[in-house]
Design a protein around this ligand. Structure first.
Ligand code: FES
Ligand code: FES
Length: 165
């Protein structure tokens, strides 16, 4: 039996007919929309390579059934830049050598953006490590990742102070 669902992906509404209700958001994004920035690492919720935002919250898309998220708003790594202007977290990853092979990087960046939106970590490196502990990096780029998140967080704090001044 076929199932129809609609998602808003990176600001665009997309309709799908699923012939298998077990298809995950990760496979839908990669195979049907060819949004291959979101990576498949472990495919079992253990590495964070597949992290995306669903309705503003970060999740492991390899564990999420697409059918359970009918109507959801999805943000993937392809949707975070504004044209040629990188998202501040992306720019900070480049500035701080937050990646080597880059395989974990999209998931790390999505997780950092989600964490900042949650208002979880503030400017505490230990807390950032803890909040991003579900995102593994085989290259061990953790020091650069934490520095990048600290810089992006400081920029976000400054922008919000300017807005409220
Ligand atoms: S691929 Fe989803 S957590 Fe590893
Ligand atoms: S940069 Fe290679 S796995 Fe993280």
């Amino acid at each position: 039996m076929n199932h129809s669902i609609s998602l808003t992906v990176n600001g665009e509404r997309r309709d799908f007919v699923l012939d298998d209700p077990r298809v995950t958001l990760l496979d839908l994004l990669r195979e049907r929309l060819h949004l291959t920035g979101t990576k498949k690492g472990c495919d079992r919720g253990q590495c964070g390579a597949c992290t995306i935002l669903v309705d503003g919250k970060r999740i492991n898309s390899c564990l999420a059934l697409a059918i359970s998220h009918d109507g959801a708003d999805i943000l993937t790594i392809e949707g975070v830049a504004r044209g040629d202007q990188l998202h501040p977290v992306q720019a900070a990853f480049i500035a701080h050598d937050g990646f080597q092979c880059g395989f974990c990087t999209p998931g790390q960046i999505m997780s950092a953006i989600g964490m900042m939106r949650e208002g979880q970590a503030g400017n505490d490196p230990e807390r950032i490590r803890e909040c991003m502990s579900g995102n593994l990096c085989r290259c061990g780029a953790y020091a650069g990742i934490v520095d990048a998140v600290l810089e992006a967080q400081a920029g976000a704090d400054e922008a919000s102070q300017r807005r409220s001044a």
